[in-house]
Design a protein. Structure first.
Length: 686
């Protein structure tokens, strides 16, 4: 089948899922008379194998949603009221340019872009947007809201965000699924894990919540949030004590073994068991299994790094495969992210040369709530006067959302939002611009859960007056008077630029994907992309920044017992049928989820006189959130699970769980600490 094949009145078009998920599935969209009637997984793509998650299999419902924004809108009511009227593109673009030009003339750093992974595509994420903001000289955004703690940890251990190849998990004999609800968020890995299970592999899930994945594993280790490094160090203690080590691999392919050994010996199982809130025997048994089973593999995910010590925790876990020589076999090792394998030509795509020597300030997207309320100062720089939001819904997804709302509610803040729907963030816009969905534009995708490049071709014409993100930023550049030739590049040209000559665009056009040529066991003989070429237990780069060169357990900012007012830890894992705040407004998916929900253990409920189905008040020093409660085996004692991320406007009192999370950042990577959060829960007596 070619990239588009016609049969009668039906055409099939190859594409790629754009969402923030490790699977990066290959899609086939069936089009009939110009209408997309079905979206399926591409059976020819080995990682997708014809299967899609429930969310994306209903992508036509999202594309043709009756509430989709199909024309530019101008605010007519108060900010947050959601009152808008349609306008034309010329009026919208002229209004934006008229507001941005005087701000840029005085200080372009008063203009802030805000975006993340509403699409993971190289074109529609930052392809033309980065060029626009670099040419403008706007403030730079530190895009940290998901994975930077873990990513920096990998860079300081392996040298890059790299790991074992996904398909080889099917051959593993022991798989530790650490901090991941793979059934919900990594479906195609789960199929491989199940294949390994059928072939005799043991699956162990390490997660504070008894997730759907934990239900299907042989063992669930329900540790306290933020204690993963303590568990990893204690596993090392047992590996050392029982000499379940590959001394040859350690000697020739690692750096800092003696120092790590000394650190690990401080963590006997009894100490870690107390910190983690688990049975000592679980640690002893897991260490024995990991030290004596080959091949052993670890599938790590990003949930466990969203605490104060998240980077250290990932570094600690990442040291384990080298200790036992798991990297020697292709079905051994670890995978958190494969994104470092992809040869994206970022300079050619984003054009940092357009900064022309300027070094704009860097603002962290995690602290947007505070930053939008800050006045001009020598330390901070100019007050943020204009905000352009695309590929994100910060009013719903950013932490400490009461402060985010205060910032967005500023009447003197000019806000533009590129969107498909009138989200919580769009309600605070001055101008909303209608963006295309994945079925309507060009894009090209890397992945972080496998090692294939995927091409997305438009299957249908843009609905209404929607335009692609790249097209919108091209038009804004023209209105701002930017005449650099790069702003004339089409979306298809940008797609070709993203990988340059390193990936054949002809191959992408012919089959929809291209597989990177990589070794099956990338670190069997060491050769890590670190300065030393070794797996770095000790990192000189961290030491140069004044950080501990060794991984260690760092207690949470809000560790249980540190504040008697708030005795419960709260984590906020994604609801199974949402992806961050995407798909929340797709009725069939929202009907499955029901309503915002807090899971609580029976013991914690009983001591508070709480019964399932009641409305509870969840609160801390930052705010409160009301929702229904469910007494559930999925919650461990002392921890409640606030499933997210619901749009605030769909909550009982116009809030979601991020009313309770903080703007603190992680030990490395300046990432969020969503799962480092103490609360109290009580029956709502209103």
């Amino acid at each position: 089948m070619t990239s588009a094949e016609t049969s009668g009145l039906q055409t099939t078009v190859r594409g790629a899922c754009p969402h923030d998920c490790p699977d990066t599935c290959a899609l086939i969209t069936t089009v009939e008379n110009g209408v997309a009637i079905r979206v399926q997984g591409n059976p020819d793509h080995r990682h997708t194998d014809g299967a899609l998650c429930t969310k994306v299999s209903r992508y036509t419902e999202r594309t043709y949603h009756p509430e989709r924004i199909l024309t530019p809108l101008k605010r007519t009511g108060a900010k947050g009221s959601g009152q808008f009227e349609p306008i034309g593109w010329d009026e919208a673009l002229d209004t934006i340019a008229a507001r941005l030009k005087p701000i840029a003339a005085q200080n372009p750093e008063a203009i802030l872009p805000y975006s993340y992974a509403g699409t993971m595509g190289q074109v529609q994420s930052e392809g033309m947007a980065a060029r626009f903001f670099n040419r403008l000289g706007a403030s730079l955004l530190e895009r940290t809201i998901c994975s930077t703690a873990g990513g920096e940890a990998l860079i300081n251990t392996f040298g890059a965000k790299v790991g074992m190849q996904l398909e080889h998990f099917a051959e593993s004999q022991l798989i530790l699924i650490w901090g991941s609800n793979s059934i919900a968020s990594n479906l195609h890995f789960w199929r491989l894990a199940n294949q390994a299970k059928r072939n005799g592999a043991r699956l162990v899930c390490i997660d504070p919540r008894r997730s759907e994945t934990a239900d299907k594993c042989h063992e669930h280790i329900a540790l306290r949030p933020g204690t993963d490094a303590a568990l990893a160090l204690s596993l090392m203690h047992q590996l050392i004590t029982h000499d379940w080590l590959d001394h040859d691999y350690i000697e020739h392919h690692t750096l800092g073994w003696e120092a790590l050994r000394e650190r690990a010996m401080l963590w006997p199982p009894e100490r870690a068991a107390e910190v983690c809130g688990i049975a000592e025997q679980q640690i002893i048994d897991l260490a024995k299994a990991y030290g004596t089973t080959k091949p052993a593999a670890i599938r790590l995910n990003y949930g466990m790094q969203r605490v104060r010590g998240g980077g250290n925790a990932v570094r600690a876990v990442a040291c384990l495969p080298a200790l036992v020589g798991a990297w020697r076999q292709r079905a051994g090792g670890m995978l958190l992210s494969s994104s470092g394998h992809f040869p994206v030509q970022r300079a050619a795509l984003h054009r940092p040369d357009l900064l022309a020597g300027r070094t704009p300030r860097l603002l962290n997207m995690i602290t947007v709530g505070n930053d939008l309320q800050r006045e001009s100062s020598p330390d901070f720089g100019p007050r943020v006067e204009a905000l352009i939001v695309y590929n994100s819904n910060p009013v719903a997804v950013a932490p400490d959302s009461s402060q985010v709302v205060k910032g967005f509610a500023r009447e003197d803040l000019f806000t533009v939002v590129l969107e498909h729907f009138q989200t919580d963030t769009a309600d605070y816009a001055d101008i909303i611009l209608p963006a295309t969905t994945q079925l309507e534009h060009w894009d090209v995708h890397a992945a972080y859960g496998h090692t294939d490049v995927l091409l997305n071709q438009p299957a249908i014409a843009p609905q209404g007056e929607a335009r692609s993100n790249a097209s919108i930023f091209r038009a804004l550049a023209a209105r701002m008077g930017f005449d650099d030739p790069c702003f004339q590049d089409s979306d298809e040209t940008l797609a070709k630029t993203a990988f340059g000559e390193t990936v054949s665009f002809d191959t992408l056009m012919d089959q929809g994907y291209a597989t990177l040529p990589l070794p099956e066991a990338p670190f069997a003989e060491g050769k890590f992309p670190t300065p030393s070429g070794r797996c770095e237990f000790t990192s000189s780069r961290l030491a140069a920044r004044g950080l501990d060169p060794l991984p260690d357990h760092l207690p949470n900012f809000e560790a249980v017992g540190s504040d008697a007012r708030f005795p419960l830890a709260m984590i906020s894992p994604p609801a199974r049928n949402f992806l961050n705040s995407s798909f929340v407004n797709v009725k069939s998916l929202r009907d499955i989820e029901g309503e915002p929900l807090l899971e609580i253990h029976a013991d914690d409920a009983a001591s508070r006189g709480i019964e399932s189905g009641q409305v509870v008040r969840v609160y801390n020093q930052r705010g409160e959130h009301r929702c229904k409660v469910q007494i559930s085996k999925r919650a461990r004692p002392g921890v409640v699970n606030g499933l997210g991320i619901w749009w605030r406007k769909l909550g009982m009192d116009g809030t979601n769980v991020n009313q309770l999370t903080s703007q603190q950042v992680t030990d490395m990577g300046n990432g969020p600490v969503f799962y480092d959060c103490l609360v109290q829960v009580e029956r709502d007596m209103a």
